[in-house]
Design a protein around this ligand. Structure first.
Ligand code: DAH
Length: 345
């Protein structure tokens, strides 16, 4: 019987070496320690031994049984580990550098914004900033945009609920708070905070209740410009915009002012550019921005004497500039954070 036990141990050990999976292991276990298993058969044979030999033999059998169980357990653990490793795939060394030598870069909108700020910085403009939350007075009324103006339609503007309060954002009366629809509100905050001469550029995020498509986004960026001094004329405006647009789009770019309307400038213009060097947009006039001479009403509203001071203002969309510069045909690319797009800049 001792020999039988040794044989069972030996055979089981050999069989375990080639086990490939749990079902096979279970089969082997059943064949050894199951009801009809080889070890069970030996244990049953104990009854045929002389009484005095039984305890010693019982001990040996139990020892073999626990040895076998240990072997099964070990084999099971190995199978589990192998399965885990397969599920995890090949090992990853997180300390390795990423494939290729990719380095991050600034977002194209940030690049264009910085470029514009830098162009104006070199001709004496400083950066003005205000909050993205505005009150109606700063965004509309002070900019000579009356209650019935289409821009004040709820369709276009994202208002906060009437009882929302922003303790740190000044408003005139009890008017509603909203997300600013343009950076023109920074003109007002600047003129209230500073005495002329004023020379500021105000880049920032704006919001409108637009349905998102290839050319509209509910969240976009503008850069406002404001210059208030003595004897400022349209010629000054024209000169500074020519300078900006040549720096942005190249020396060969032609510009023109087209009469237009904005509530806060009088006269108002749309600015178009024409260039042979703009990819698909080459050789045709394309609209790029709005501008005009600051309406005397606006100056009076913020306590600047329009008899003494005049000024010009302009506003351009940062997305629009980036799209023209890089031949991008869908505004949504800017906000999707897709590296295949971003890594091109
Ligand atoms: N605020 C205008 C808009 O969002 C853009 C604009 C036009 C700004 C003319 C100006 C300006 O300062 O003079 O469409």
């Amino acid at each position: 019987m001792q020999d039988q036990l040794q044989a069972i141990l030996g055979k089981t050990e050999a069989a375990l070496a080639s086990i490939e999976g749990r079902p096979q292991l279970d089969q082997l276990k059943a064949a050894v320690v199951g009801g009809n298993g080889s070890l069970t058969a030996v244990m049953k044979g104990i009854g045929s031994l002389p009484k005095e030999d039984r305890p010693a033999f019982g001990q040996v059998v139990n020892k073999v049984k626990s040895q076998l169980e240990e072997m099964f357990k070990e084999c099971g653990a190995k199978l589990d580990a192998r399965e885990d490793a397969q599920a995890l795939g090949s090992p990853v060394d997180v300390s390795l550098p990423p494939p290729g030598d990719y380095v991050g870069s600034l977002h194209p909108l940030t690049q264009v914004k910085r470029q514009i700020v830098s162009i104006f910085g070199r001709i004496g403009f400083t950066v003005a900033e205000a909050s993205e939350v505005e009150s109606e007075w700063y965004c509309f009324d002070a900019l000579n945009t009356p209650e019935d103006h289409p821009a004040r339609d709820e369709q276009d503007t994202l208002f906060f609920p009437a009882d929302t309060r922003f303790g740190n954002i000044e408003r005139r009366e009890e008017e509603a708070y909203m997300l600013r629809t343009h950076t023109s509100s920074v003109q007002i905050r600047t003129m209230i905070g500073e005495k002329p001469p004023i020379r500021v550029i105000a880049p920032g995020r704006c919001f409108r209740r637009d349905t998102v498509d290839a050319t509209h986004s509910a969240n976009f960026h503008q850069t406002e410009g404001l210059y208030v001094d003595r004897k400022v004329t349209i010629k000054d405006l024209r000169a500074v915009l020519d300078h900006l647009l040549r720096e942005l789009f190249g020396k060969e770019v032609k510009t023109r002012l087209r009469p237009s309307f904005f509530p806060f400038t009088e006269p108002s213009f749309e600015v178009d550019i024409f260039s042979s060097n703009l990819g698909r947009l080459s050789n045709k006039w394309i609209e790029i921005m709005g501008c005009g001479m600051v309406d005397p009403e606006v100056l009076s509203e913020v306590g600047i004497d329009p008899q003494e001071w005049t000024g010009y203002a302009f506003g351009l969309g940062i997305e629009r500039v980036a799209m023209i510069l890089h031949g991008i045909d869908d505004i949504r690319h800017f906000y999707q954070n897709d590296l295949r797009f971003l890594s091109q800049f």
